[in-house]
Ligand binder design. Sequence first.
Ligand code: ADP
Ligand code: MG
Length: 299
Amino acid sequence: MIKTDSVFKTTEKLETSLKQEFIKALKNEDFQKVISDLDLREDVLMKYTTRLQDCSNEKHNCLNCKGLFECKNAVIGFCLTPFKNNNTINFSYVGCHYTKKEEYKDNVVLFDVSKEIKNATLSDVYKKDKNRVEILKKINSYYHNYFTDNRDKGIYLYGSFGTGKTYLLSALLNEFAKKGVKSTVIHVPELLRNLKESFDSDYRERFATLKTTPILLLDDIGAEYLTVWGRDEVLEPLLHHRMNENLPTFFTSNLSLEELEKHFTISKTSIDMINARRVIERIKKLSEPVELTSKNIRE
Ligand code: ADP
Ligand code: MG
């Protein structure tokens, strides 16, 4: 009997302190807003006061926030949010609008290329330069026809260093990313350099990604140190596969296709010349060459 009485008292004490805490929290307008949206009874809400205060604090932080760089919340880019679940509350981290705005960027996978190309957009491309008219037309046509049965070939964009080739094609991939189309960009010299070292499971996985990615950009092809093996066991099968599967493939290079063929001809034996020509033929099947002769933007 005495025991029951003490349990009862403890419960009563706990309820009083929960209530006091809740009443104190209610003085805050953000808290009031959070609980009114939940539409639950007070005795239910009271059990979650601390957690609900965390939610209202995080929501408050989001009010005048200018971007992810100044996010004050526990998980950057997310706001702890309560959800009514019958007579209880579930909590989850919901991405803020800045996070959502950036989410499309995950659709472009980068291997060994600068992350700054994630910010490339077609609306930022300098359009007055007449040397860019042709490539911009091609890019535009490619983008619109991609969603029809009449897809264009990919683009082999070549020209001197620093003219914005990587930027332009990345901007196109970013536009696709916004539509949910996934793509991969890989720096070819790095691809072949790593390959020499090992053909381990990571590499196999990466190679499989390159084979199957919906859109592939092979960046800076021709700048690599090329071995017969890299040419015949990596590039050729990769391009052959993408050609057979009709998978869009883009290239940037400092070399024209004629120069690239010379670069691919390693030992100048006849078999070597045939193999070099074979890779070039694959590139030609997959893409149309466009030269970019703008001035160097890097200077
Ligand atoms: P390339 O691939 O021809 O060597 P990049 O695409 O790397 O040249 O461009 C050179 C530099 O200029 C990069 O730092 C890139 O971010 C920048 N750049 C290129 N085009 C633009 C553009 N339209 N707007 C802003 N920056 C650009
Ligand atoms: Mg480049």
